[in-house]
Write a protein that binds this ligand. Structure first.
Ligand code: ADP
Ligand code: MG
Length: 396
């Protein structure tokens, strides 16, 4: 069919033609902002899930909704070893001018600007962060040198200013598994200070599934500050909708059996649904797309996934790490004990430990519970088996 009108959208953070199965999360976010606006306490959110389930897309939807409410909203995709405090300073500056343009600043905003200036000096942020704010640094505020305390001063000042304008501030942080423990701890403590004063500041983080445990260890009160929301594959009805709604919109259709096959192959994972839909649309001659079409294009779909989804994940791995991943893949898609994988590699558990740690560090594995590790990428086992089988043969 005509590729020019192909609605499907596989890609990192690419807006899907139909966002399905996330009504509850969107509603929770709405309630969060509304309650904070009214001065009630409400827990912020941490969204966890494997790669390709739609975390980034959900954060984007949250941002749109926050914008529609007139809130100041700042998004940041955390990168590994990014300068944290300096980045927060840049984001805070952005929030300040979102709350109100400078020529309409009242006392609370000027106050927040001077706290930001103080914070920027303390963390040695680039001078451009506070250039043009025309305020002096606030003595005794955000200058203690303790990241938690200084960040708390900054968040409190920002949210007070927002409150004066009848809105709030929401921070949307993606890939939060890359925050260090200290950074996460500082964020939680700063958020806690706002929460205690019923100030309208919300923090929404998204990341790989090991986060809640980390946060739990980090601060015992994180459970009271955050609602942990796990998102995963879509259920069958939603997965069908993800494919059918965009097609119907254009007067096209899939045979029932065709949809069944796609849902079965993709297991309802959003990225895979978009990729299958995209290839099916391009390759099918006419609507409705049939089961025969769907079967015939499977190799193309797999090639598309390898290229666009899996390969980038495996790119920065060493051969030894790939062998580790392959050993896991051979054991199956479920979580595996470190000892089992080591044994399969012909090593002792302590010998294989550093490889496992590096893979966790690189975001390819996570630890669902003690001693277990699982792939952060759905169906990664299939990918390893179909593309890296040669590693096994070389071994023998
Ligand atoms: N609720 C959904 N319904 C249909 N497709 C979705 C949904 N959420 C995400 N997608 C699609 O899945 C893919 C991955 O989304 P993304 O937000 O990048 O995932 P993550 O951040 O969890 O890795 C994108 O192509 C997006 O269009
Ligand atoms: Mg993402």
């Amino acid at each position: 069919m005509d590729p020019r009108t192909n609605p499907y959208a596989p890609g990192a953070g690419t807006k899907p033609p139909a966002l399905v199965g996330r009504d509850r999360q969107v509603e929770s976010f709405d309630i969060l902002l509304e309650r904070l606006e009214r001065g009630y306490a409400e827990r912020s959110m941490i969204i966890t899930g494997l790669r390709g389930v739609g975390k980034t897309v959900l954060l984007d939807v949250f941002k749109e909704n926050a914008d529609a409410r007139g809130w100041a909203s700042i998004e940041w995709e955390v990168e590994k070893s990014a300068p944290f405090a300096q980045k927060i300073a840049v984001l805070a500056r952005r929030a300040l001018v979102q709350i109100a343009p400078k020529n309409r600043w009242g006392e609370a905003l000027r106050d927040a600007a001077s706290v930001l200036r103080s914070f920027s000096l303390t963390v040695r942020a680039d001078g451009s962060v506070t250039a043009g704010l025309d305020v002096d640094a606030r003595r005794g505020s955000a200058d203690s040198g303790s990241l938690s305390d200084d960040l708390g001063d900054l968040f409190v000042a920002l949210s007070k200013a927002a409150k004066e304008h009848g809105i709030g501030v929401v921070l949307l942080l993606d890939e939060i598994q890359y925050l260090t423990r200290d950074e996460l701890e500082a964020l939680i403590a700063a958020l806690h200070r706002c929460a205690r004063r019923s100030l309208p500041l919300a923090l929404v983080g998204a990341g790989l599934p090991q986060i809640p445990r980390l946060a739990g260890e980090t601060k015992s009160y994180s459970e009271r500050l955050f609602r942990f929301v796990h998102i995963g594959a879509l259920d069958v009805a939603d997965a069908r909708d993800a494919l059918l709604l965009p097609a119907h919109e254009q007067g096209c259709d899939f045979e029932d059996a065709a949809i069944d096959l796609i849902v079965e192959f993709t297991e309802g994972y959003p990225y895979f649904l978009q990729e299958y839909g995209r290839v099916a649309w391009d390759e099918a001659a006419v609507s409705p797309i049939t089961a025969t079409d769907v079967r015939a294009i499977r190799p193309l779909v797999e090639a598309g996934l390898d290229e666009g989804f899996f390969r980038v994940r495996a790119e920065r791995t060493t051969e030894m790490e790939l062998r580790y991943l392959l050993a896991m893949a051979e054991l199956g898609p479920q979580p595996h004990r470190a000892s089992e994988v080591a044994e399969r590699l012909g090593r002792t558990t302590p010998q294989a430990g550093p490889i496992r740690s590096r893979l966790i560090d690189k975001g390819l594995l996570y630890t669902p519970s003690y001693a277990l590790a699982a792939f952060t990428v759905p169906q990664f086992d299939r990918y390893m088996l179909r593309t890296h089988g040669e590693l096994r043969r070389e071994e023998k």
